[in-house]
Design a protein around this ligand. Structure first.
Ligand code: ATP
Ligand code: MG
Length: 432
């Protein structure tokens, strides 16, 4: 469902009155639906705020999360000083010429990488347009605008075959069975959704035994099996039908978790599913079971980021080393996988020390999570996330940290470098 002015809690927002949109036809042209992104608009004029409010109720924006508030660049800069930026910021400016670029430079300082910016201005100037586009702005639109034109422009940003796909795929896999990889995948997905108000699909790839539906207390359709077994039918509409909604921002591609069928799946069987998911959702968390089949190998190789969970024993160390070696050979231009130790400190179990584990792998651990059967057992049995049961606890903070790492917010918090960087760089050069 689209929303207006409800998602942003940190600042009071201006309620805008929905009005009839002016001419709402972009010729006879098809206006593409917008994927499940978060859009936050900061307007200067009531007319633009009203127009965006009308747009936010359009069916083509039904999957997106839209908020509209007043205050333009000033409000956006103040807001994002301590809040993560969404997939798309729409910013209205009433400035003219070069002043617009300078003003946007302030926004660049607080923008996370990956956030797109659409500027609505009041000057129709082709040179300004070119300058803004070459500086990293995704689109410059001139007011007054009608709702459908804006939706069309947003939709086209995500339809462009040349552009990077919207969705990033993060695969979670265990170095052995039962090490907690699914638990960590689900909780990290929840942290991404809650912490960044960003939509996440969890794909439970453990078709016969998956636990994601249990962990989220859902009784969903057998989404993922249907998608994998009939890839030719899979499109945006079927995707919607096959997903179970777990919360405002989390949807689940649930496994059948039954033994009626055996799944001897082709190595490339998940490719079409992931391609459709990538087009529609910013984050795709893959809960990959601990098996070694053609498809399991191929989804790991194709993921944007990989999180390997191990417990501190010798078999886990051996397997983790094999997984890391294989990934290193086959993913020369990718970031190293993240490795973490789980269930550390289990009573009476001899363990390999975290430092020795990490030295043997020649890779720093991103986290260690203590063995806490009460907390994890209660969460699993109640179908709740650790963050819900124990907000602020160490494991909850670890999941938030993992969420920041795999979404790139960890670096962003330090660097705050965005696609608007060039504007900022230019500005600094001018000042210098
Ligand atoms: N840190 C922890 N402390 C105690 N129990 C934990 C911890 N992490 C996970 N568990 C529990 O371990 C069990 C196995 O977890 P989970 O199903 O997530 O593992 P998995 O690696 O996905 O297993 P599978 O190989 O079956 O897919 C669950 O009961 C979970 O609640
Ligand atoms: Mg699992």
């Amino acid at each position: 469902m689209s929303q207006t002015a409800h998602d942003l809690t940190a600042k009071p927002q201006v309620e805008v009155q929905a009005k009839e949109s002016p001419t709402s036809v972009v010729g006879e042209q098809f206006v593409p639906p917008v994927p499940r992104i978060s859009i936050q608009a900061f307007c200067e004029t009531e007319d633009t705020a009203n127009m965006l409010d009308v747009a936010s109720h359009d069916r083509r924006l039904a999957r997106a999360h839209v908020t509209v508030q007043m205050g333009g660049v000033d409000a956006a800069v103040a807001f994002y000083g301590d809040a993560p930026t969404p997939n798309l910021i729409i910013i209205e400016t009433v400035l003219q010429g070069a002043a617009i670029g300078a003003d946007l430079g302030r926004l660049a300082e607080v923008c996370d990488s990956g956030t797109k910016v659409v500027v609505i201005g009041h000057v129709n100037d082709v040179l300004l347009y070119r300058e803004l586009m070459s500086s990293g702005v995704s689109e410059y639109l001139v007011a007054p605008l009608d709702s459908l034109s804006v939706i069309n422009s947003i939709g086209n940003l995500y339809q462009d075959p040349e552009a990077d796909p919207l969705g990033r795929v993060i695969a979670f896999v265990g170095a052995k069975g039962g090490v907690g990889s699914s638990t960590i995948a689900h909780n990290t997905a929840w942290s991404i959704a809650e912490g960044y108000s960003s939509d996440v699909i969890i794909a439970d790839m453990d078709l016969p035994f998956g636990t994601a539906a249990l962990d989220f207390n859902q009784d969903p359709p057998q989404g993922i099996a249907e998608a994998v077994l009939s890839p030719e039918r899979l499109d945006d509409v079927l995707l919607d039908r096959l997903l179970a909604k777990c919360s405002n921002h989390v949807s689940l591609f649930a496994a059948p978790s039954s033994l009626e069928q055996v799944y001897d799946i082709d190595p490339q069987a998940f490719d079409p599913v992931l391609a459709v998911a990538r087009k529609n959702v910013p984050n795709i968390v893959l809960d990959v079971p601990h098996i070694w089949t053609g498809w399991a190998r191929s989804v790991l190789m194709a993921a944007d980021d990989i999180v390997v969970t191990a417990v501190p024993d010798l078999a886990n160390l051996r397997n983790a080393k094999n997984i890391l070696d294989l990934l290193k050979q086959n993913r020369l231009n990718d970031r190293k996988p993240y490795i973490l130790l789980n269930q550390v400190g289990m009573p009476k179990r001899p363990e390999i020390a975290a430092k020795d584990f990490s030295d043997a792998l020649e890779l720093d651990l991103v986290a260690t999570i203590q063995f806490d059967p009460q907390l994890f057992g209660d969460a699993a049995n109640n179908g709740q996330m650790i963050q819900e049961m124990a907000t602020g606890s160490k494991p909850a903070e670890t999941f938030n940290h993992l969420a920041a790492l795999v979404t790139g917010h960890e670096q962003s918090a330090v660097m705050r470098k965005s696609i608007l960087g060039p504007i900022f760089e230019k500005l600094k050069r001018k000042k210098g």
